[in-house]
Design a binder for this molecule. Structure first.
Ligand SMILES: Cc1ncc(COP(=O)(O)O)c(C=O)c1O
Length: 348
C-alpha cells in the first residue's frame, strides 16, 4: 500500500532528550537551550490557555510582524511553519519534482536527505572534511541541481559557510540556507535576500529562543513567489495559539535571550578548553551552541558517558564523518561540569 520510498526509508533518528530527562540524566544531546524562558513567555502562555477553544489567526500576522521587526525584513518575505523541519519540508514540496537533483554537502543535518527522498528527488552528496565547503568545487559539482541545502552554522560541525555569495551568484537552482543556529554565531545572510532571488533562509525558535517544545519555524526570502507558495501549502493552523503568543513574547524580550546566548558562547569556549585537556579528544571550532568532538581512538565514549549519567549525541557513522565523534550541546555551568567529571572518571 505505501510508496516504495517510504518502505526503504531510514527514519530520522531524533534526539532522545525527553527520554533521558525522564531517566534523570544530564541532557546534552539535542542542542536545546538549557535556560528557562523569560517570565513574560510563561505569562503569555498562561494567558493564552483560556483561549484554546479558538483557532489561530490563519495568516499568523502578529507572529510575522514580530519576526519582520526582529530581522528588518518585510512581512511579505516571511513564511511560517511548525518548526524549521516543517518549513524545510514545505520548501521541498513547493520546489521539487520527481528526479530533480538535490545537492547536499556533507556531513550535515540528516533531515535534508530524507525530505528530498520523500519528493523522489535524486540525491547528490558532496563530501567535505568537517564541512569546509570550497565554493568553486561545490559550484562545479552542483551544476544542473534544482536545489542545494546549506547549513550555517552547520550541524554537527559547528562551522559557518564562507563564500556564500560566490555560491549564490553561480548556482542556478535554489539555495536553502538553514540558519537554525545563526544567533549563536552572530552571522546571518538575511541581508542577502534582497540581492539573491535564489536564496531562502530557514530559521527556528527552537534554539536561541529556547522554544523547542512549542514548534515554531519560518522561512525568509526575497523570492515572493516562493514565499507565497510556502504559505499556500502549509497546513492551516499548523502553529498553535500558545506557540504564537510565546514566540511573540520571546521577541519582545530579546535582551534576555541575547544575555543567555552570550553566556552559552562563553561556556562553549570554556568547555572546549576543558575537553581539549583529554589527550584522546579533539574539539572542532564551533560557532553554534554545541561542540563536535573527535575521539582519536575507538572508545564507544557516548555509551560510557550515558552510564555515567550524561547524554551526548553519538554522531559516529554519520555520512561524511570518519571515525568516532560526539556532538555535545553546551549546557548550564553545572551540566558542563558534570560532563567533565564523567569524562575524568572514564578516561583518567
Ligand atoms: C540544522 C537544523 N535545522 C533544523 C532543525 C529543526 O529545528 P526545529 O526544532 O525548528 O524543527 C534542527 C534541529 O536540531 C537542526 O539542527
Amino acid at each position: 500500500m505505501i510508496r516504495e520510498v517510504i518502505r526503504i526509508l531510514n527514519p530520522y533518528e531524533s534526539g532522545k532528550s525527553a527520554e533521558y530527562l525522564k531517566k534523570g540524566l544530564v541532557v546534552l544531546c539535542s542542542n536545546e537551550n538549557p535556560y528557562p524562558p523569560h517570565p513574560a513567555v510563561i505569562e503569555a502562555i498562561e494567558e493564552e490557555l483560556s483561549r484554546i477553544n479558538r483557532y489561530p489567526d490563519p495568516d499568523y500576522g502578529e507572529l510575522k510582524e514580530a519576526i519582520s521587526e526582529y530581522l528588518d525584513v518585510g512581512i511579505e518575505n516571511i513564511a511560517v511553519g511548525c518548526g524549521a523541519s516543517d518549513v524545510l519540508n514545505n520548501v521541498c514540496v513547493a520546489v521539487l519534482d520527481v528526479m530533480d537533483v538535490v545537492t547536499i554537502p556533507i556531513p550535515s543535518y540528516t533531515m535534508y536527505a530524507i525530505l528530498a527522498m520523500l519528493r523522489d528527488a535524486s540525491l547528490n552528496f558532496v563530501e567535505y572534511p568537517y564541512y569546509q565547503i570550497e565554493s568553486e568545487d561545490i559550484i562545479d559539482k552542483s551544476r544542473g541541481s534544482k536545489l542545494m541545502f546549506l547549513c550555517s552554522p552547520n550541524n554537527p560541525t559547528g562551522n559557518t559557510i564562507k563564500d556564500l555569495e560566490d555560491i549564490l551568484s553561480n548556482f542556478d537552482g535554489l539555495v536553502v540556507l538553514d540558519e537554525a543556529y545563526a544567533e549563536f554565531s552572530g552571522k546571518s545572510a538575511v541581508d542577502l535576500i534582497k540581492d539573491y532571488d535564489n536564496l531562502v533562509i530557514v530559521r527556528t525558535f527552537s534554539k536561541f529562543f529556547g522554544l523547542a517544545g512549542l514548534r515554531i519555524g519560518y522561512a525568509v526570502s526575497g523570492n515572493l513567489e516562493l514565499i507565497e507558495g510556502l504559505e499556500k501549502i502549509r497546513l492551516p493552523f499548523c502553529i498553535n495559539n500558545i506557540a504564537v503568543r510565546a514566540a511573540v513574547a520571546a521577541l519582545e524580550n530579546l535582551d534576555y535571550y541575547v544575555r543567555i546566548r552570550d553566556k552559552i558562547v562563553e561556556s562553549r569556549e570554556k568547555l572546549a578548553k576543558e575537553i581539549e585537556k583529554f589527550e584522546l579528544l579533539e574539539v572542532l571550532p564551533s560557532e553554534a551552541n554545541f561542540l563536535l568532538v573527535r575521539v582519536k581512538e575507538k572508545t564507544g565514549l557516548a555509551k560510557k558517558l550515558e552510564k555515567e549519567g550524561v547524554a551526548v549525541r553519538d554522531v559516529t557513522g554519520l555520512m561524511g564523518l570518519e571515525g568516532e565523534h560526539l556532538r555535545i550541546t553546551v549546557g548550564r555551568e553545572e551540566e558542563n561540569k558534570a560532563l567533565i567529571e564523567a569524562l575524568k572518571r572514564i578516561l583518567e
